[in-house]
Design a protein around this ligand. Structure first.
Ligand code: ATP
Length: 313
């Protein structure tokens, strides 16, 4: 049931509310020691790219989620889904009933290291805040989001930003207004993020992990220039060795991209998606085609960054 709400209803949106939310990649992902709370200390530079999920929210008599696209038939739509968890968390915080009909159009692959689930949670917080007229500031939504997932505050923020703590403390990065061109090589099947962290701990315990990344200062300086080569040399991900150890075929993906003219390739977050930097849009297109023909990934998609965070469309 969709109802029209007037201004006397305290700012509630008549609905539907439509949100577009980007995927994230990590330009720098430095993984520190395992903390007693079970999280690793992280220093990361997030970057939002033009691979989007869309969420539509309208009024309803219960809380219900439907979906189409990536992960349909595979992703549970019950209380475990981050969309439902985010809606319930906002409703509890704002003391309103958690009633909404939510429909997700998913383009971000599941468990791909692109934070699709966190993106959906960020979209839900923004959608339900508008739909229910709870009128929270983005910082408050980010706080609610941080309790559900470390990447959620960034996905509300967007752009390029530094993440510290376990990734949830966001500060903007001073960068030149430049569009970077990426190709995302999407694998068949995902990798579970906790498995990848565990593998990194194992490699480190056995002295088999490459030296941990330094501070992101070099990357920050590279972002103030417009040279893809300089940016490419500054990209780094401490989780890459662990992702490749669990999924050795990622080495073939990285090699295929490099052969096809990528400036640099890097595993995205905990993988198994691999992102390649290209010098311009035409070369990104060529690279995506070369990766697809090489048969090293399920799909290769071009994307631009930085993109804004979750937004009402
Ligand atoms: P990250 O990089 O943040 O660790 P990821 O990109 O590797 O995440 P996601 O697609 O965000 O992986 O999801 C990880 C897991 O979260 C999924 O395997 C799924 O079980 C669970 N999940 C819950 N809700 C969602 C959702 N709406 N979309 C995707 N995954 C979800």
């Amino acid at each position: 049931m969709t109802e029209a709400w007037g201004p006397e209803d305290g700012g509630r949106h008549s609905g539907p509310v439509r949100i577009r939310v980007p995927a994230k990649i990590n330009l720098h992902l430095g993984v520190g020691a395992l903390r007693p709370d079970g999280f690793h200390e992280l220093t990361t530079v997030y970057h939002a790219i033009s691979l989007f999920d869309e969420l539509r929210a309208s009024h309803g008599d219960t809380l219900a989620l439907t979906m189409e696209g990536e992960g349909q038939g595979e992703l549970a739509l019950d209380e475990t889904n981050l969309v439902i968890r985010a809606a319930r968390a906002l409703a509890a915080h704002a003391r309103v009933p958690a009633y909404a009909r939510l429909h997700l159009r998913k383009s971000i692959p599941l468990a791909g290291g692109l934070a699709g689930g966190s993106a959906d949670a960020a979209a839900t917080l923004l959608a339900c805040d508008a739909l229910w007229g709870t009128g929270l500031a983005r910082e408050e939504l980010a706080e609610i989001g941080a309790a559900l997932g470390s990447d959620i505050p960034f996905l509300l923020h967007g752009g390029t930003a530094l993440g510290t703590g376990h990734g949830e403390v966001i500060s903007p990065v001073l960068a030149r207004p430049t569009t970077w061109h990426w190709v995302v090589a999407i694998a068949d099947g995902g990798l579970r993020t906790p498995d990848v962290y565990r593998e990194l701990d194992r490699l480190r315990d056995h002295g088999q992990a490459p030296a941990a990344l330094d501070t992101p200062d070099v990357l920050m300086a590279a972002l103030r220039q417009r040279d893809p080569k300089v940016l490419g040399d500054a990209l780094g991900n401490d989780l890459q060795a662990a992702a490749v150890s669990l999924r050795p075929e990622l080495a073939d993906v990285l090699q295929a991209g490099s052969k096809a003219g990528a400036v640099t390739g890097i595993v995205s977050g905990s993988g198994p998606s691999v992102v390649f930097l290209a010098t311009d849009a035409a070369r990104a297109e060529h690279l995506a085609q070369a990766l697809t023909s090489a048969g090293v990934c399920r799909e290769a998609r071009t994307a631009r960054g930085p993109m804004p965070g979750a937004r009402i469309t």
